[in-house]
Design a binder for this molecule. Sequence first.
Ligand SMILES: [Zn+2]
Length: 113
Amino acid sequence: MHEMSLCENLIAVIEAEAARQNFGRVSKIWLEVGPFSGAEPEALRFCFDAVSRGTLAEQADFEIIGTPGTAYCMACAESVEIGERYDPCPRCGSHMLQITGGTELRIRELEVA
Ligand SMILES: [Zn+2]
């Protein structure tokens, strides 16, 4: 499963942070997930649970923050919000969009214990 390796990466990031900032336990994780990140929030939650076992993030609360999908429309010369990666511009219907946001999958904040 794709989300499994994503979660393994997250744990690696958290462990690196723990070593850098000198904390031993994480009680809560806020994760930003964009609609174009390719990750399913429910699958992430499930995988994180499995992957975090035996690590410093075991039993941490896992909060997923959905971020908006944004794109730059070349026809409108403006930023617009879209729900799906291949959606047309909601203003003019153009497909000349460049995705500018919504691909993120990153840790926004950690609460350490
Ligand atoms: Zn447009």
